[in-house]
Design a protein around this ligand. Structure first.
Ligand code: NAD
Length: 377
């Protein structure tokens, strides 16, 4: 077996069993990698700075593994590893359904993300990314900033989301969500026209605001909620929206519920309140549990799987790798419409919930590309 475990910059490769003499804990780690067939995980350590990082590469079948760097104070190293594994796998699926030539990766830096001593940490991270020779490309994520990306850039070119480049991805994300809502409407009502339809929008932040503008421009009625009254007021003013208290948004009778704030908003408590025909919004991890996706299906509520409909952020970053332009990023985000129609088609043909159909679509594309590559001499 080719696995190596070193105290600094060590690499664990999935797909091989651990050595018989390996300590029990290491066996656990390999089992974690093998569970979802991660290609590679690097444990990175820099004693001079106290930097401790994990870079997880789930798949490079479609292209270099792209995914942000999360800077977080985890309860344990194992928790950090599991987060990196889970998030990197999610990136593989997201890139695959978005039709991008990117694989899935993610990295975490373990520690207090409010620290002022950022340059040595992020340069150390950059050096470890550079050692992967382009198999992994990083970007911003929770706990990091564009300035942090500049520190990484000093050590490697395999970084996006830099100052003065594509910038805030939310207009592109919102456009993708808007197109996704139209695809849902087409399946549900036979027309993707949103004029006269009512959308209950949760969250008037970066994505929610831009989404509200697009929906309003098409003539949709908006009922909105946010815990921040200033953000609500802006959307009410600019989009002639009606506002409700944050807890009331689940009870609004509407065609569409668009979650654009938090994760896990489709749960036991909210499901019984919903009076909509479509759930389609930008928030990540909308289903508290898979069974809530089944419950939406059972109630004939069309669910646009979150990682398909909110792929605009990743599409925006990808556009940056190829020389960013808003037109190009928007055009690609517009294709979320077709991706969702395909998801709904798979769901219908195979009689499975849409969240499973999305996984199927991603896996189909990865398998098809892997096959093409295998057949090339
Ligand atoms: P944001 O922080 O700008 O906006 C979120 C809004 O939700 C804020 O205005 C906040 O006050 C509000 N909010 C928080 N708790 C709430 C509650 N209980 N009820 C109502 N409103 C509440 O974030 P964003 O960039 O607009 O992202 C929104 C969601 O979309 C997040 O889940 C994010 O992970 C996801 N997402 C964003 C992008 C992007 O490009 N920004 C891309 C993909 C996914």
């Amino acid at each position: 077996m080719r696995a190596r475990v070193k105290s600094s910059g060590s690499t664990l490769r999935a797909g091989s069993p651990p050595a018989a003499s390996a300590p029990e804990r290491a066996e656990d780690l390999f089992a974690l990698l093998a569970e979802h067939a991660h290609e590679q995980v690097s444990l990175c350590y820099e004693p001079s700075t106290g930097y401790r990082g994990i870079i997880a590469i789930h798949s490079t079948v479609l292209g270099p593994a792209l995914g942000g760097t999360r800077f977080w104070s985890y309860g344990s190293d194992r928790e950090a590893l599991i987060d990196a594994l889970r998030l990197s796998r999610g990136m593989t699926y997201k890139a695959a359904v978005a039709g991008l030539n990117l694989g899935g990766g993610k990295s975490v830096i373990i520690g207090d993300n409010t620290t002022a001593r950022r340059e040595p940490l992020f340069r150390a991270h950059g050096r470890h990314i550079e050692a992967l020779k382009g198999r992994y490309i990083t970007a911003e994520d929770v706990g990091t900033s564009t300035q942090d990306m500049e520190y990484i850039k000093a050590e490697t070119n395999h970084v996006t989301g830099l100052i003065g480049t594509s910038g805030d991805p939310s207009p592109v994300t919102a456009y993708g969500v808007y197109r996704g809502i139209k695809a849902c409407a087409r399946v549900r009502y036979g027309s993707d026209e949103l004029a006269g339809k009512t959308v209950a929008l949760q969250g008037c932040g970066h994505v929610g605001y831009h989404l509200a503008k697009l929906l309003h421009a098409e003539g949709a009625h908006l009922v909105v909620a946010d815990v921040d009254p200033f953000r609500v007021a802006r959307v009410v003013d600019e989009c002639q929206a009606q506002s409700v208290a944050p807890d009331e948004i689940y009870r609004v009778q509407a065609n569409v519920f668009a979650p654009c704030a938090l994760g896990a908003v489709i749960n036991d408590a909210t499901l019984k309140l919903l009076r909509v025909e479509i759930v389609a919004g930008a928030a990540n991890n909308q289903l508290a549990d898979e069974r809530h996706g089944d419950a939406l299906e059972a109630r004939s509520i069309i669910y646009a799987p979150d990682y398909v409909i909110n792929g605009g952020g990743l599409i925006n970053v990808n556009a940056e790798l190829q020389g960013w332009s808003l037109e190009r990023a928007r055009a690609k985000a517009g294709e979320i419409y077709d991706a969702l129609l395909r998801v709904f088609e798979i769901a219908r043909d195979e009689r499975i919930p849409t969240y499973r159909a999305a996984d199927r679509l991603a896996e189909e594309r990865i398998a098809a590309v892997a096959k093409v590559r295998q057949n090339l001499v």
